[in-house]
Design a protein around this ligand. Structure first.
Ligand SMILES: Nc1nc2c(c(=O)[nH]1)N[C@H]1C(S)=C(S)[C@@H](COP(=O)(O)O)O[C@H]1N2
Ligand SMILES: [Mo]
Length: 489
């Protein structure tokens, strides 16, 4: 086969593969497009120095530069695959399969990928192999030219159709169009002595990427901000509907809040803290005029999850959040909007992808988890957790015990630690950021070589000390003192 034809065969196979995947992705979520998924994977895998370089060199065009760079590399691979397949189509076929599998892996690793998303890279794999082998056949020059033109035309149509259809549900595009969210009232700076990361506590603010995640949805709901609206109705004088733009045009507040999951075991990981940006639910409900007798705010999400919160608590503290740590909410954390209510476990308050607020009574409506055995009312329990030493670890030298404690919305007043059932000793506390957040602590213990067990307990600002009795998370949250056993070497 002539080199020019061989090169073009490889190039067209690549283009057809990408276009086919992009088209299928339009139906299963554009983030499943192998081209975009590989790009996103590249972004996630990029070391931060290179990311910083890219941003400082290309600014907000850094993503475009990446996509163009990928296109150039892929074109090169296609041409090379064609050229090494001049006598037999086998090498090019192998390249098409390998690239297809890279797409499969990239798509399966997307956090927002739905169950069907693997269909998109599989379509790419099939299209790549088929087109390559079809064009590779020795045919008359005129027939070759026709086949090449038809392939290029079909690929262009598929790619453009995928982009147009897919962007209807392109959440990332919608998120990015929102740009920076500037709160009129920013949260106070978190002081550097709020955590003891060096001693093993989590960082005070959890990054969006590391924020714990709990939801019942099989795939992340994909809602564009432009198409989203929040209905406010029920026992109110003036039912209303709020759009995303109406919310963001209001004076936005920013609050640092620790979210906590009721299903957290003693010592468990389902707790994280972010700076949430939004508006007060209380303002919205007071404008709507709450009628006498209502005692529950019943919130419903786009995909059907529901939560019922005590109305008085929500009027005082609840937020309709549209931002998290300076960005629009990530899709997994409820984009375009969610509820955040300091002091209540997530399952009775923190509805993500929220679309409906019904002011009602507890007698009338039950949230998603209530018929499944969980309590109707679930204020967060005063708790503490040891983060270091790790269980069964070996500690050399002095023993620093460090962890976190929480009692939203009361706030943490004291954390005590004891070793081997001895006397309680008061730990040093991190800066008191807010009663709606966790509080880090640390203490140095003088322990002899050998095995030891340490326990911790928190006291909140109401003077209540957390319960020793070990209770399971169901129905309204675990209790008990966290304990860790380790060896001093
Ligand atoms: N739509 C929806 N919202 C939801 C849930 C859910 O399953 N679906 N889970 C709730 C629970 S149990 C918790 S603990 C918090 C967790 O929020 P996160 O995933 O942003 O950490 O969201 C709450 N909001
Ligand atoms: Mo939860």
């Amino acid at each position: 086969m002539k080199p020019a034809k061989a090169a073009l065969t490889g190039l067209l196979a690549i283009i057809a593969a990408l276009a086919a995947g992009h088209l299928v992705a339009a139906f299963v979520g554009l983030s499943a497009s192998p081209y975009l998924a590989v790009g996103n994977a590249a972004i996630d895998l990029t070391p931060s120095w290179l990311k910083d370089f890219a941003v400082s060199t290309f600014g907000t065009h850094d993503k475009l530069v990446l996509l163009i760079g990928m296109a150039v590399v892929l074109a090169g691979v296609g041409v090379a695959a064609g050229l090494v397949s001049r006598t037999t189509p086998t090498p090019g076929t192998v390249v098409a399969i390998v690239l297809g599998l890279v797409g499969v892996v990239a798509v399966l690793n997307r956090p927002d990928a739905g169950q069907l998303s693997v269909l998109a890279p599989l379509a790419s794999l099939a299209a790549g192999v088929f087109v390559f082998r079809h064009l590779h056949k020795e045919t008359e020059e005129s027939e070759t030219r026709r086949d090449f033109l038809v392939t290029a035309g079909l690929a262009a149509v598929a790619g453009i159709a995928g982009q147009v259809l897919g962007s209807r549900t392109d959440v990332e595009g919608s998120r990015q169009a929102i740009g920076e969210l500037k709160p009129a009232t920013p949260a106070p700076e978190v002081p550097i002595n709020a955590d003891f990361v060096g001693d093993g506590t989590p960082s005070f603010i959890t990054s969006n990427k590391d924020f714990y995640r709990i939801d019942t949805a099989l795939s992340v709901p994909r809602i564009r901000a432009e198409e989203w609206a929040l209905r406010v109705h029920g026992m109110v004088e003036r039912p209303t509907v709020l759009t995303f733009d109406e919310i963001r045009r209001r004076d936005l507040v920013e609050e640092t809040v620790t979210l906590t999951c009721v299903s957290n075991e003693v010592g468990g990981p389902y707790i994280s803290t972010a700076k949430f940006i939004g508006i007060k639910i209380g303002d919205v409900l007071r404008e709507a005029g709450v009628k006498a007798g209502a005692d529950q705010l019943f919130s419903t999400s786009d995909e059907g999850f529901t939560a019922g919160s005590p109305l008085d608590h929500v009027l005082e503290r609840g937020l309709i959040a549209i931002g998290m740590n300076g960005e629009p909410l990530p899709a997994e954390h409820g984009f375009p909007a969610r509820l955040v209510v300091p002091g209540l476990y997530g399952y009775v308050s923190a509805t993500k992808w929220v679309t409906d607020l019904n002011v009602t009574t507890f007698a009338k409506e039950q949230g998603y988890w209530i018929p499944r055995g969980w309590a109707t009312r679930a204020p967060i329990k005063t708790m503490s957790r040891i983060d270091r030493p790790k269980g069964l670890s070996k500690v050399q030298g002095r023993t620093v015990v460090a962890g976190t404690a929480w009692a939203q919305p009361k706030g943490v007043a004291k954390v005590e630690v004891r070793a081997d059932g001895g006397p309680w000793q008061e730990a040093e506390l991190g800066a008191d950021v807010s009663d709606s957040t966790w509080r880090m602590w640390r203490i140095e213990l003088d322990l002899k070589p050998g095995s030891h067990t340490v326990e911790c307990r928190a006291t909140d600002k109401s003077g209540y000390t957390q319960d020793q009795a070990r209770l399971d998370p169901i129905p309204d949250g675990a209790t008990g003192w966290h304990s860790i056993s380790f060896t001093v070497g």
